[in-house]
Design a protein around this ligand. Sequence first.
Ligand code: BDP
Length: 324
Amino acid sequence: MRLASRLCAAIALLLGWAATPATAQEWRGWNIHPPDYPVSRGMDRFAELVAQRTSNRIRLRTYHSAQLGQQDEAIQQMRLGSIDFAEFNLSPFNNLVPSTQVVTLPFLFRNVAHLHAVMDGPVGDAIARDVEAIGIVPLAWYDAGARSIYTRRPVRTIEDMRGLKIRVQTSDLWIDLMRAMGANPTPLPFGEVFTSLQSGVIDGAENNWPSYESTRHFEVARYYTTTEHSNVPEVLAVSRTRWQRLNEADRAILRTAARESAAYQRELWAERERLSRERVVAAGAQVIEITDREPWARLMEPVYARYAADPRLAELVRRIRETR
Ligand code: BDP
């Protein structure tokens, strides 16, 4: 009897093992955006591809809508290895990884094709190595479009910016950029912007069309002025703690899946930018078109003087400008 029950237990164990690979891992992923956002759909695609190609040995579970906290905390948790993968904007890395400042610089990229050529080329690789050194391994770059100013009262000219309290991400560069526009920068987590706009703690913020729409900021800050002052990209990354435990074959699977998810995200992005703009305009947002960005770009000299002065960063800026 005892032998039979042991045999049964052994068979059950074996069967269980066959259904779930012994080494199956579930990874926790951080994302700030709601499930239908292009970033979220890109991450879901990444998870599907990884599950398929590792026969479910690596299962990626993404917690959308900032369920695991705001961006700055999530970066720390990735470094400690308590979050396994995530998609971040590069601005909150600015103070930690100086080369990320270069791609945050205002009015730098000529267009989306230029941005892709830079990020998917040697400059992107150099930035990826620097980010990896702080414990986060970049796998692919996602699009985040152009960021513009939006406010509770209309901003039609540079003069209108004077003294306005504008929310920025936590980054010294962003503080200086907003000061150079004459405004009063207020760093706040993304999740606090809506109530701060509503209560009048701030006069405005700045972001791309999809975030302006998905956060419903357009309901409380109805004027969107198309300054398009920064095209800072985003990164899909894995914690170095996880990465170091993977063999080369699995690393290759993750890298390829990440790049494919980025191609998908970029397509979704372009479509969503148009759609979000249409939606907010239909809901009553007023678009103030800036046709001549030259005077705005000229204001940015002190920002370049400060953040592109270091020889290594100056060299990266030069290489970006020369990228065709
Ligand atoms: C959005 C980015 C997100 C940032 C947010 C912000 O996709 O990663 O957290 O802006 O401004 O466009 O904080």
